[in-house]
Design a protein around this ligand. Structure first.
Ligand code: EPU
Length: 434
């Protein structure tokens, strides 16, 4: 297995480039299934989750070609030819590697009127239900049954029909899945309390480019008028907002006062106001200019409490990283996750590095150390965002931090160690035995 080793205390400066959004790319790839032909997606990141989803598509008969170039800061393209779609299944061994494979339920129903998709299991930080996805498909008229861990879905004679569907809570995945199925349903579909995350908006823009009728993207009410078929197009994925937020936090932690980190290829508006406001409140200077964000190192970091919420709220995918930032603040703060209320697997590991964090229900109480370094240690990754939070902790730890099971991180950060190394950080990858 691989681990990342970070020798702490080095200055982060120069440039970091943000790659294409992982979570948006997965939704775009699912949309490509809806078109009888060849879809080209630009700016698809070179990531394990993208490889996994490419394999999910291949099982159905799609031809997927992809030229990763992990050393270049240039967009990568994926070509998906869905003309020969014939095997309407997403198997367990792929869905259990990545939950977004469940998008095949809406994609296959929408394209072919039938799907057999493995139910995802729980995940590292607790149960992640799919009830809203299933209820949405049923509302469109699909017959749903369970067979040996698989969801079997079939459109009625005459095809899916538009419906009014209310999501509670708001769900990125259920909104995308139902939109995939509704694009070619007969009549009007109204999604209430639809997710407004940029991932959903950009995915909806691809559907529009393919000929779907979609209104209200980015608002809580999305309306779709079904069309007979979607056409294949060429489309460019958006930058990864969580990668951007992670780099801004890295700069606040490790860029020395008076020096700057320039983050390029970004879409700052996708971070949402809550994150940008919280970052401003730390008193770490930063500026936004088009697709560039500059962060200047600061003498002190003010403590800022945050609570996650759907967009434009504070993203749950940045709370673990924020907690690390708060370990260096000059006072106490609280980090609450209202979306995934048990997403705190990183806390015991951070505490092994000398952080003083305590979890009470859905909140981490963080004692700020006023810039006093953590201590390097061997720490275990448990999921993607937890693992990157441990790398961030390693930037401000004395000695070496060994982040084990780095395959979690490889799911969602493109060449992280290469990018950080070029920006001054002493970080490298090693193989080890468990
Ligand atoms: N929920 C239900 N029922 C459902 C679906 C969701 O109760 O059928 C609940 C969840 O338990 C959660 C809330 O709804 O409390 C929101 O979950 P959502 O469905 O929005 O999450 P998701 O679509 O499964 C995506 C991202 C996650 C990100 C969340 C929240 C992808 C592939 N995944 O998951 O990203 O944390 O939205 O923004 O887009 C990551 O990148 O590290 C990651 C986990």
């Amino acid at each position: 297995m691989d681990k990342l080793v970070i020798r702490g205390g080095n200055a982060l400066h120069g440039r970091l480039h943000v790659g294409g959004s992982k979570n948006t790319a997965l939704a775009l790839m699912a949309a490509a299934v809806l078109a009888d032909g060849t879809t080209t997606l630009h700016n698809v990141p070179v990531l394990q989750d993208v490889f996994t989803f490419a394999n999910v598509l291949r099982v159905t008969g799609c031809r997927v070609t992809y030229k990763p170039d992990a050393n270049a800061d240039t967009p990568d393209s994926m070509v998906i030819d869905a003309a020969d779609l014939h095997h309407l299944e997403a198997p367990y061994d792929l869905v259990n590697k990545m939950r977004a494979s469940f998008y095949m339920l809406g994609a296959l129903l929408g394209r072919a009127g039938e799907a057999r998709v493995s139910l995802p299991g729980g995940c590292a930080w607790g149960p992640r239900p799919v009830d809203l996805h299933l209820r949405g498909m049923e509302a469109l008229g699909a017959e749903i049954s369970m067979d040996q861990g698989y969801v079997v879905a079939k459109a009625p004679a005459g095809g899916l029909r538009g419906a009014r569907i209310h999501f509670e809570p708001s769900s990125v995945g259920a909104t995308i899945n139902v939109m995939l199925a509704a694009a070619t349903a007969k009549g009007t579909t109204v999604l209430e309390n639809a997710a407004a995350e940029p991932d959903v908006v950009v995915f909806g823009q691809l559907l529009q480019a393919m000929g779907a009728h979609v209104d209200g993207l980015g608002t809580p009410t999305v309306t779709m008028e079904g069309v007979d078929a979607l056409r294949p197009v060429t489309f460019t994925n958006c930058p990864d907002r969580i990668e951007l937020g992670t780099y801004m936090i890295a700069a606040a932690l490790a860029t020395p006062p008076g020096e700057r980190l320039v983050i390029t290829g970004a879409e700052p508006a996708h971070l949402g106001d809550a994150f940008l406001d919280a970052f401003a409140a730390t008193a770490v200077p930063f500026s936004l200019d088009g697709d560039t964000v500059e962060v200047e190192g600061a003498e002190r970091i003010a403590p800022v409490s945050v609570a996650t919420a759907p967009y434009p709220g504070f993203p749950t995918d940045l709370q673990a990283q924020w907690t690390v930032l708060m370990t260096q603040a000059d006072g106490p703060s609280r980090v609450t996750d209202t979306i995934y209320t048990d997403r705190f697997k990183h806390i015991p590991e951070l505490n092994r590095m000398g952080a003083e964090c305590a979890v009470h229900e859905h909140t981490v109480e963080v004692r700020g150390r006023n810039g006093r370094p953590l201590q390097g240690a061997h720490v275990m990754s448990t999921d993607l965002r937890a693992s990157v939070s441990l790398v961030l902790a390693g930037l401000v730890a004395a000695g070496e931090t060994h982040v084990l099971r780095v395959y979690h991180l490889d799911r969602g950060y493109e060449n992280l160690e290469g990018k950080l190394r070029r920006a001054g950080i002493d970080i490298w990858r090693e193989e080890y035995q468990e």
